[in-house]
Design a protein around this ligand. Sequence first.
Ligand code: TTP
Ligand code: MG
Length: 344
Amino acid sequence: MGDRIILHIDMDCFFAQIEEKENPQFRGKPIVVGADPKGGSGRGVVSTANYEARKYGIHSAMPISKAWQLCPHAIFLPVNSELYTEVSENIMKIIRAFVPIVEQVSLDEAYGDLSTLQWEKAKEFARKIKEEIWNREKLICTCGIGPNKMVAKVACEQAKPNGLLMVKPERVEQFLDPLEIQEIPGIGPHGASLLHAERVFTVRELKKLPKERLRELFGVRGDELYDKARGIDKDPVIPEREVKSISKEHTFERDTRDPQLLIQIFNKLSEELSSEIQEQGFSFRAITVKCRFTGFETHTKSKTLQTVSNDEALLRREAMKLFLRFISEISKPIRLIGIRTQVK
Ligand code: TTP
Ligand code: MG
């Protein structure tokens, strides 16, 4: 079997970047997305911070009160999961259009198997994906390419932000050796301190530890670590069953608050959507309703059902509940309404 060529793609400071795009007035300022800092007494944590805020030492999972101490003048924003999920779906669609085998591992991160290509061609693909994500979503990401998932991921981390780094098999050793052990996926703070106690700080030093010692320290994971230090990772890219989304939208000729018209059009969209789901034999779980108000202000509300369903009446009922919440919460005239479901 020839080389595998694995792509790892990860959006740069994902939540914060989306917020920056949605709120251009914040561009260039430190942005922290996460729990409410409540003037420094807030509980909860930072989800992510943009690169500007990271300069102050702010990072994901840090207590929000600490972030406030480090940079009280940062823009603190709540997590808008619905929006990030929608953007994530768009991005995954772009990746899937280029790469046949994709494994999505989180909202902003995926692996692709490009083994059918030549190395240079794979790099060109990655460049095109980056370009397409920029053109369509105006968001930047970083790509790593390597002979396996681990090398591709480490390459991606090293190339952030807005980078593209390809590490061919003959360069893997040279690439990994000087890195600190925490750069290897799977070595967290605890693993790192165990290794530091062994006077192991870099991957090069990690390779000097015998397999037996790694087993003593890490149990069965010791073998895996032994391989990773040598750039070996056999984990395949496993494509999930693709989740597609179907949506229906309507833009009004004139922004409106006419309840009869709104309900009538919403019901029509809802019926169209549910009959398409039925015709295609899909089932659904998540339902999202979108409303764009005067001034292009767009909001979404979502509901995820307890279980997957193909009950049309349930879909229409849940969608209507979300829509009615919009009407009662926001009194501005409405320009566009839409319904979307993720189907399998
Ligand atoms: P990451 O890809 O780990 O981080 P990131 O995209 O913010 O930054 P980077 O440029 O280093 O990739 O995570 C993706 C999103 O997941 C992130 O934007 C916010 C969310 N997240 C949390 O909510 N909590 C966390 O602890 C982490 C690590 C991420
Ligand atoms: Mg990311």
